[in-house]
Design a protein. Sequence first.
Length: 388
Amino acid sequence: MAPAQPLAAIRPAPQNRTLTVLLALVAALVVGVAGYGWRQSALALVGVLFGISLYHASFGFASSYRQLLLRGDGRGVLAQVLMLSLATLLFAPLLISGVGRGAVAPLALQAVIGAFVFGIGMQLGSGCACGTLYTIGGGSAMMLLTLVSFSGGSFAASLSSQPWSVLPRLEPVSLVQLWGWGGAGLQLLVLAAVALALWRWQRPRLAEDGFWPRATGWRSLAVGPWSLVGGAVSLALLNSLTVVLAGRPWGVTRGFTLWAAKLATLLGWNPDTSPLWSQGPLAASLRASLFADVTSVMNLGIVLGAATAAALAGRLSVRTPPSAAAWLAALLGGLMMGYGAWLAFGCNVGAYFSGIASTSLHGWLWIGFALLGTAVGVRLRPWFGLPS
């Protein structure tokens, strides 16, 4: 199959008028969730800032892994290591002092399978969990399908959790819970070793534009672009702020699953048929408003934040996929990411970023097998006419 042409931009948005509408929507979201407490409003704003940071820094997880495997370009992965190192430093005092709880999950065979499936899916879907949200905000029509299928895949996995739960697993392991600051220090040493190896390998590329911050004035904060290092610092700070406000780190997938479950109830599904959805936290979330759910509110904030950033940069436009095969890839990729994320106790945000920042070993397990899935996924992309 011939290589796909670049995505075509259609119907350019009248940026100034669109920006006004987007700012009004941001204000409506922040004010609208105030009935659930000031923290909910603050978290909506944090979500908006996540969206702005992801968009302006073009901070892609899936694309970084793809560039590493296909071109030997590890700058995106090095930025992630810097992000994880700073987040570990910021998370440790919060978790040790009991300000919030970490994203900690079992070391399970189902997580191995889920991370591998997720890795394939994020290459077919051309994005990860947070990448799906911020590229929708930037105007990608294809990622809307990825979002729908991601939500459906995660919901389907939640209905089939019982067979997976009997697979072998070990108890969760958090280095901070085990050894306090010593555990955080051990992880920082590992991250430093990884960063040093990438630094030496990527040194010629680090001088190119896009990695280091440039002194371009305050205007660049609003209109971008940001450097990868700037994006890494912003994401680590915002995730730490999320711990303070929400009592737990940033996550994405749970919101998608809840959206699909609420839609299923409207279509006649009975939650009482599912042990997970008939009792406990999921049942309570299903009965409550979406605006009472922290993850859902932050997800909406990410979309609005990315759209606002795109409008500020003068680049907000609707973009369509290059072919029907690309639509199919988005559908399959979303399903695989959704199902895989549920099995793996989270996605690239909840399991990888927040998991490793929490010094949970399941975060390291996740990235190892997600990279294996990525290696498979990048080889499948040409079958769907997707560019590398």
